[in-house]
Write a protein of this length. Structure first.
Length: 381
């Protein structure tokens, strides 16, 4: 009888142990990761402590919805223009979207202590210090005689040949000071706090350069427009950066004959009045333009072919004044470098000034480019 009691006791213990194990497994089966191992161990060692703990409940993260094709028409992707952006440190050239001029506000906002703007149409020069051309003139700001400069520009032909309707680029337009900008309203007042600089390529020099590029390409002259902001974030050494950009283009496209660095001027009277160089073309206010041709000084400014660049400047000046009288200020020939040693067609051109509006500047760039297209043999209506 005693043996029977022992057997029944062993059987009862076995059943209780099996049941506890099953309950333990059921209780921890829903625990995340390896938590079931920890809780299982605690249940075996101290069931009361295990039950008292708060255990994380696994929450399933929502899956991102799978994009479904839209029934709407696809959005048009802007076509890249002929413009190219060059990063001078890597000399990588890539197409960029074309900037365009942003429409101006109809009137100036309320400005505390506004500055004054006046318009002036600059005329051509004559007499000592000036070389009179068939149309237009050159202002001689060098130690070279007027006769020397006159002799440099009497040759009728350009110092380079441009191929019309070529598949290879012939002209490069860029901006050493691309962030230079203009007035954004037509009223003759300005905001003294306005620095006349912006990163917006629809309001800075890139808008003017793009218009010039469009005109030249439409005339059959393959033109590239680089919109690199060489003066941002640092104004210092911007010419070094634009030099590297130009070199990169010339290495990639040896066909380029003309390099135009397009800027705007900044003219002020002694009393702080800003001056806008302005003419009227077809009844519309248009910014006057001025070409700058550098001159070798025999030491710090090395431009061995400066006379060839000046010949190009004189030819373009005559073309602009013949086609659009009053558009130009005299060509400035001075001891300026401006990276004009890279080609015999390298010039800097100022399109208006910081008191002109963007619209006036874009018009000035358009007429300057039309005259250049005619000079180079392009097809202009």
């Amino acid at each position: 009888m005693a043996l029977v009691r022992r057997c029944l006791a062993v059987l009862l213990c076995t059943v209780m142990l099996a049941g506890g194990t099953a309950l333990t497994l059921a209780a921890v089966a829903c625990l995340p990761g390896r938590a079931w191992l920890v809780r299982g161990a605690m249940l075996c060692q101290d069931p009361a402590a295990a039950v008292s703990l708060d255990w994380p409940v696994p929450v399933e993260k929502p899956r991102p919805a799978t994009p479904q094709p839209s029934a709407a028409a696809p959005t048009a992707v802007p076509e890249p223009s002929a413009a190219s952006e060059s990063q001078s440190d890597t000399a990588q050239l890539s197409a960029t979207p074309a900037p365009s001029a942003t429409p101006l506000p109809s009137a100036a906002p309320d400005i505390e202590n506004p500055g004054r703007i006046r318009a002036e149409q600059y005329g051509q020069g004559s007499g000592t210090g000036y070389i009179t051309l068939g149309a237009g003139s050159i202002h001689n700001l060098t130690q070279n005689s007027d006769a020397d400069l006159r002799a440099a520009v009497t040759t009728p032909s350009l110092p380079f040949d441009v191929e019309i309707n070529s598949s290879e680029p012939q002209v490069l337009i860029l901006h050493t000071h691309a962030t230079e900008t203009y007035q954004t309203w037509p009223d003759l007042v300005y905001d003294p706090a306005f620095t006349a600089r912006t990163l917006n390529t629809e309001l800075n020099m890139c808008a003017v350069g793009e218009k010039m590029t469009q005109v030249l390409n439409a005339a059959g002259i393959n033109t590239l427009h680089d919109t690199t902001l060489h003066d941002s974030p640092s104004y210092t050494e911007s010419y070094d950066r634009s030099y590297a950009t130009t070199q990169a283009y010339l290495e990639k496209y040896p066909s380029i004959k003309v390099v135009l660095d397009v800027h705007r001027d900044a003219i002020e009277d002694a009393d702080g009045t800003r001056v806008k160089p302005l003419c009227t073309v077809n009844g519309e206010d248009t910014a006057q333009v001025m070409i700058i041709a550098g001159c070798d000084n025999g030491s710090s400014i090395s431009l061995p072919n400066w006379r060839l660049n000046l010949r190009f400047a004189a030819a373009w000046e005559q073309a602009m004044e013949s086609r659009t009288p009053g558009l130009t200020r005299p060509v400035m020939c001075a001891y300026r470098y401006y990276n004009q040693d890279l080609t015999t067609g390298s010039l800097l051109i100022e399109i208006g000034g910081h008191a002109n509006t963007v619209t006036e500047a874009v018009r000035g760039g358009q007429y300057a480019a039309e005259a250049l297209a005619v000079l180079l043999g392009g097809h202009v209506d």
